[in-house]
Design a protein around this ligand. Structure first.
Ligand code: AMP
Ligand code: GLY
Length: 425
């Protein structure tokens, strides 16, 4: 079978890595991919949002399954276009992807179907939004409605920051049309966790739980990033919390999708806040989390190709997912300056030493090859060093030991990935 993976980050590298272990997969292409992915898949120079180009390529190559990594092509209708032409593809169509593509849609959906989430109000008028923010007081959360590359949410600790955020989104339009509407919501206090499920329209299959680290510095300080590291499983999602997620979130969600005639096929990511053992939805994503996909897929003991193909075909009932007992920890190595401005083209040293290890995989996120064939940096998040261990503590030690071998100019990373889980015991 031939597979095409769409995207170019650590998540896509993890997908390619896991898919390549399937005995059913003969060849993997990745568009556009990166230097690490190129060691396993054939990278093709098609942009992840060039739907027509990707469809033409899939037809020309006779691709059996296309797997979409990032959200942008999903909200733009890549699945609709492939399905129309009778091509098998993993991911939700544009109507289902609105759960991520529009925060207003997602919040209204949750309210309508009784899914626990922060109290909120939606605004198209700057003045009304400002009035409401002043009435509610800080801390308060301001969210641009549309996609903003993960930067459209501000958790404002004081009134000044809240008004500044509202101005930036609605007046300065730094996210363009994504800021035409805003959601203003109550700030929830608790511990965050990520919970992903495969959905084939009818059947729901949970993946192993995980936890991301959004802030750039240790102890959750500094600005938000795409994610500086993640581990799996997340102890905050105890058996009891998981039952609550299934009962209070997934069940009403499936009922709502059916009622709204939304045929969700793909992976749905729940960004959760666990408050006193009760899960609340902060956000839906219509794709695998990144970096969460890296530690989660490292623990998967089932053929990923079978699972994704079955999801696309509505046969998820036939699949059982098995997980390694081992825990996993992924630490992201980032370029100097990230999540702000950063330089590219820095030589990456030490990767050779970690090759062919079963317990460590270095997933590439932003890497390229220079003219001499060396790995160089080409993005903000550069590598995801992902390690297994008999428990989270052992996996953490394993990951940080591996990192000691890797160097590039300006490299920075958090030193406290997974500490929350270790403290929990
Ligand atoms: P989102 O993209 O909606 O997940 O928001 C990004 C980040 O903002 C989340 O991972 C949380 O850390 C934070 N956040 C979002 N909504 C809330 C909320 N209602 N209360 C507290 N923190 C939030
Ligand atoms: N790591 C958070 C996300 O993928 O949205």
């Amino acid at each position: 079978m031939k597979v095409l993976v769409v995207g170019s980050g650590g998540r896509e590298h993890a997908l390619v890595w896991k898919l390549s272990q399937s005995s059913r997969v003969d060849k993997i292409f990745c568009a556009p991919g990166n230097a690490g992915i190129a060691e396993t898949a054939e990278c093709v120079e098609i942009n992840a949002e060039d739907i027509e180009g990707l469809l033409n390529f899939a037809k020309y190559e006779g691709i059996d399954l296309t797997v979409v990594g990032p959200e942008a092509p999903l909200t733009k209708g890549i699945v609709d276009a492939f399905v129309k032409e009778g091509r098998r593809i993993f991911g939700p169509d544009s109507s289902a992807a609105r759960l991520e593509g529009s925060k207003v849609f997602a919040k209204d959906f949750m309210l309508k179907y009784g899914i626990p989430t922060a109290e909120y109000k939606t605004f198209t008028s700057y003045l009304h939004a400002e009035e409401y923010i002043r009435l509610k007081g800080a801390p308060i959360v301001i969210k641009a409605d549309g996609l903003a590359a993960g930067k459209g949410v501000v958790v404002a600790e004081n009134m000044d920051d809240a008004i500044k955020a509202l101005r930036m989104i609605m007046k300065d339009r730094v996210f363009g049309d994504a800021g035409e509407r805003v959601v203003v919501e109550q700030c929830l206090k608790g511990e965050e966790a990520s919970f992903m499920v495969l959905i084939d329209g009818k059947t729901v299959l949970p993946l192993a739980s995980s936890q991301d680290h959004k802030r750039v510095f240790d102890n959750d300080q500094g600005p938000n990033t795409g994610g500086m590291g993640a581990y799996s499983p997340a102890p905050v999602i105890s058996r009891r919390v998981k039952t609550r997620i299934m009962d209070s979130i997934i069940n009403p969600l499936m009922k709502g999708l059916k009622r709204e005639r939304i045929n969700y096929r793909g992976v749905l990511y729940l960004g959760l806040m666990i408050c006193d053992g009760r899960p609340y939805v902060l956000e839906f994503n219509c794709r695998f989390g990144d970096p969460e996909a890296q530690p989660v897929l490292m623990r998967l003991n089932t053929d990923l190709f079978d699972a994704l193909k079955a999801t696309a075909e509505g046969r998820l009932r036939e699949i059982k997912l098995r997980w390694r007992r081992d825990a996993s920890v992924c630490v992201v190595l980032a370029s100097s300056g990230y999540p702000g401005k950063y330089e590219k083209g820095k030589l990456i040293k030490g990767l050779e030493a970690l090759k062919d290890r079963d317990d460590i995989v270095v997933f590439h996120a932003g890497t390229d090859i220079d003219n001499d064939g060396n790995f160089i940096t080409s993005g903000g998040r550069v590598l995801g060093v992902t390690a297994l261990g008999r428990d989270i503590k052992a996996a953490k030690e394993n990951a940080y030991k591996a990192i000691k071998k890797i160097r590039f100019e300006g490299m920075h990373y958090r030193k406290d990935i997974a500490d929350k889980a270790i403290k929990r015991g």
